[in-house]
Design a protein around this ligand. Structure first.
Ligand code: MRU
Length: 351
């Protein structure tokens, strides 16, 4: 781990999965030890671990845990009975496509015959984890290369080491840009209702010694109007074949405000976040979460009793509002269906 990347959310230790409980940050640092797929699915659902790439890595280790139990129970039929665990994991959160992508990779290993399946599965999960970090480092370099003149940037939600295998996607670009002297300050939306910006992004940046200023989500347009913000940089949970981007609720209005104010808008995500089977953003499943997340704060009721709440966890930003999509395979400027198809067919020469 480098100076600008000090924490790991997902750790495989002594034959079990340890997850840093992100619900308790920044006040308490507590790793939860999980040994079954059901525990892993619950941890994903309840936001112990979150962020699309971190969810994918976690699910892969969840398959290792499931296989160990199924294999010990029945060496001949474990490949059939593990289907139940795979379905449970796949259903944990619907928008982050990295979850299903990781499960598909693990399924291919399950289908292999011969060799030591348990060892192969663990090796595959660890490869997914390692490749995610390497991809983030590459995106960090590529994204920083787009920043141009030194200035401030704005980000939303948490896309850092906590949301990935390590280093981060959008926050990886920010880390890399700061190291290169191209970023003087990061403005971070607090990101209601889970406060990933206030609790997690600010925590990561403070630890790295990168200057960070928090703002209420509704203050972003006013900040842009004041001038000085060069880029809004965000991650993604799923990107459709035409380049439409699903990400944390509030990303869409950030993109609208950015275009209006001449602030450039960068999306940073690995190709495992691209869902080429979904033609455009209207078909992306958007997770709806419990009304309590809006009606309460820290366990206390804050809203008028009797009010309903609409609580989509993600929104869709049309590709037309995206100036640059940064992946580990290369940068796509002003993404559209044709450029996305070229990216997915390429082996990383850049677009
Ligand atoms: O609900 P969350 O915290 O899982 O949402 C996370 C985001 O929206 C991130 O921006 C996205 O997953 C990319 S993380 C590198």
């Amino acid at each position: 781990m480098s100076h600008h990347d000090r924490v790991r959310a997902v750790v495989w230790r002594e034959d079990a999965l340890e997850l840093l409980d992100q619900r308790l940050l920044p006040g308490t640092m507590c790793y939860r030890r999980l040994t079954t797929a059901a525990e892993v699915a619950q941890a994903i659902r309840e936001m112990v671990v979150r962020g699309a790439p971190a969810i994918g890595v976690t699910a892969a280790y969840g398959v290792v845990l499931a296989a160990r139990i199924r294999h010990a129970n029945d060496t001949n039929r474990w490949r059939a009975s593990i289907e139940e665990d795979l379905a449970l994991l796949a259903a944990a959160r619907p928008t982050a496509v990295n979850l299903c992508w990781a499960l598909r990779r693990m399924e291919r290993v399950i289908a292999e015959r011969g060799g030591e399946p348990m060892e192969r599965l663990l090796a595959e999960a660890q490869a997914i984890h390692r490749e995610d970090i390497a991809g983030n480092r590459r995106m960090g370099q590529l994204g920083a290369g787009l920043l141009g003149e030194r200035g401030a940037v704005l980000t939303h939600c948490n896309t850092g080491s906590l949301a990935t295998g390590g280093y981060g996607t959008a926050l990886g670009v920010i880390r890399s840009g700061y190291e290169a002297g191209l970023i003087e300050r990061v403005y971070a939306d607090e990101t209601r209702p889970w406060l990933q910006g206030a609790r997690l992004t600010a925590w990561e940046l403070v630890q790295d010694g990168i200057p960070v200023t928090l703002l209420a989500d509704g203050a972003a347009a006013a900040l842009m109007r004041r001038g000085g913000i060069r880029w809004a940089i965000v991650g993604a949970d799923r990107i459709a074949a035409n380049g439409d981007v699903a990400n944390k609720i509030g990303t869409y209005h950030l993109a609208v405000a950015a275009r209006y104010h001449g602030v450039r808008f960068m999306v940073v995500a690995p190709v495992s976040t691209v869902d080429i089977d979904i033609p455009d953003g209207t078909a992306i499943p958007i997770e709806q979460r419990a009304a309590e997340e809006l009606l309460t704060l820290g366990g206390q009721t804050v809203a008028a009793v009797g009010a309903d709440a609409w609580n989509p966890s993600f929104d869709v930003t049309p590709a037309a509002l995206v100036d640059a999509l940064v992946t580990e395979r290369g940068v796509v400027l002003a993404p559209d269906a044709e450029k996305m198809a070229r990216l997915m067919a390429s082996r990383g020469e850049g677009q």
